[in-house]
Design a protein around this ligand. Structure first.
Ligand code: UDP
Length: 339
C-alpha cells in the first residue's frame, strides 16, 4: 500500500521540490500550505513534473483542528515533513512574536495531531543557524548549539528542543532534525523554484533578479572578513539534493530506534565565497553581473560549511549536483518567470 506523507509547507521552495522527490520515490505526498509564501500555480507545476494529481489542502498549520481533519482523510499516514514556517531573519527581528507564534505554534499543533493520529515519523526543517559562529567552521552535529542571534534562529533551536522532548515523552514519535545549509537552484525542468516575496534577502535570488534587471545591482555585504577573498563563505546546496535527503530521512526513520531524534547536517561539505558565487553565476550563464562591495550585514558569520559525513554514512545520501548546476538552474527558473 502506498505510504502517505503529509508535507506542511509543501508549496514552498524546499517543500515543493521534496514533494516531487517523494512522488518519484513512490510515496503519496499530501500538501498542507496556506500560500503565505508561495502561489497556487506551484501546485499545478508540481503535478506537471510528477505527471499525477497531488492532494492539496489550504490550511494554516497553527490550526490544529484543521490539520487533524486533513490527516484523518488518510488511513496509512507514514510520516509528516514539517516545512511550514516563517524564515526571514531580518523580519523576525522586527516581528518576533509573529515568528514564535507561527513557528513554535505550528510545530506544537502538528505534534498534537501526530500523537492523536498515531503518526510516528517526523522530519523537521532546521537550519545551520543553530550553530551560530562556530570555532571550527566545518560544523558537525556535535558542534555546540549557540545562543541565537535572531528570533528566527531561536525558533529553530526551540523547535528542535520541543521535538527532542516530545520524542522522549509518551507516544511513538521518531524524528530527524535536518539542519540545512544554503539551498540554491531550482528544479532542472525550471517548473518550480524559489519565489521570494518583495526584495530577496538571500544571495542567489538577489543575483538572479539583478541579472534580469529587476534589481539594479547586488551589494556584497563586506569584503574585509578573515577569509581568502574577504567575503563570507557558505555551503550552497542544490535544492533537489536537499529534497532527496528528506526522502532518505524518512527511510532512516523506518529502522531508527524508538525515541530517536537525530540531527543531520545537510550541506555539500564545500564552502564558496560570495565572490566565487558571483563568478560561477557569470561563467556558467555567460553574462556579467552588476555588483558593488558594501558594508557588512549585521549578524553574518564569516565562514560556515557542513561536515556532511553523518548524513552520508547514516542516510546513505550524497549530493549529485554542483554549484555550477545550481546557478544555471536558478537562472533558467528566473528567466521562466514573468516580471
Ligand atoms: N549576501 C550578500 N548580498 C546580498 C545577500 C547576501 O553579500 O544581497 C551574502 C551574505 O552576507 C552571506 C551570503 O551572501 O555571506 C549568503 O547570505 P544569505 O542571506 O543567502 O544566507 P545566510 O547564510 O545569511 O542564511
Amino acid at each position: 500500500m502506498t505510504k502517505t506523507v503529509i508535507v506542511t509547507g509543501g508549496a514552498g521552495y524546499i517543500g515543493s521540490h521534496t514533494v516531487v522527490e517523494l512522488y518519484n520515490a513512490g510515496y503519496n505526498p499530501v500538501i498542507i500550505d496556506d500560500f503565505r509564501n508561495s502561489k497556487p500555480w506551484i501546485i499545478d507545476r508540481i503535478e506537471s513534473i510528477c505527471g499525477g494529481k497531488i492532494p492539496f489542502f489550504n490550511v494554516d498549520c497553527q490550526d490544529e483542528l484543521a490539520v487533524k481533519k486533513v490527516v484523518e482523510n488518510y488511513t496509512n499516514v507514514h510520516g509528516l515533513i514539517h516545512f511550514a514556517a516563517d524564515k526571514a531573519v531580518g523580519e523576525s527581528v522586527a516581528k518576533p512574536v509573529q515568528y514564535y507564534q507561527n513557528n513554535v505554534g505550528s510545530l506544537c499543533a502538528i505534534l498534537n495531531v501526530m500523537q492523536s493520529c498515531n503518526i510516528e515519523n517526523l522530519v523537521f526543517s532546521s537550519s545551520c543557524t543553530v550553530y551560530g559562529e562556530a570555532a571550527d567552521p566545518a560544523v558537525t552535529e556535535e558542534t555546540p548549539i549557540k545562543e541565537a542571534a535572531s528570533p528566527y534562529g531561536d525558533t529553530k533551536i526551540t523547535c528542535e528542543k520541543i521535538i527532542q522532548f516530545a520524542t522522549k515523552g509518551e507516544g511513538q514519535l521518531k524524528s530527524t532534525l535536518l539542519r540545512y545549509f544554503n539551498p540554491i537552484g531550482a528544479h532542472p525542468s525550471a517548473k518550480i523554484g524559489e519565489l521570494p516575496q518583495g526584495v530577496p534577502n538571500n544571495l542567489m535570488p538577489y543575483i538572479t533578479q539583478t541579472a534580469k534587471g529587476i534589481r539594479e545591482k547586488l551589494t556584497v555585504f563586506g569584503n574585509d572578513y578573515d577569509t581568502p577573498d574577504g567575503t563570507n563563505i557558505r555551503d550552497y546546496i542544490h535544492v533537489v539534493d536537499l529534497a532527496i535527503a528528506h526522502v532518505k530521512a524518512l527511510e532512516f526513520l523506518d529502522t531508527a530506534a524508538n525515541n530517536s531524534a537525530e540531527p543531520f547536517n545537510l550541506g555539500t561539505g564545500r564552502g564558496s565565497s560570495v565572490l566565487e558565487m558571483i563568478r560561477a553565476f557569470e561563467t556558467e550563464n555567460n553574462l556579467k553581473l552588476n555588483y558593488v562591495i558594501g558594508p557588512r550585514r549585521a549578524g553574518d558569520v564569516p565562514m560556515i560549511y557542513a561536515n556532511p559525513k553523518k548524513a552520508q554514512d547514516v542516510l546513505g545520501w550524497t549530493c549529485k549536483y554542483t554549484v555550477s548546476d545550481a546557478v544555471k538552474h536558478a537562472w533558467n527558473w528566473e528567466q521562466s518567470l514573468g516580471n
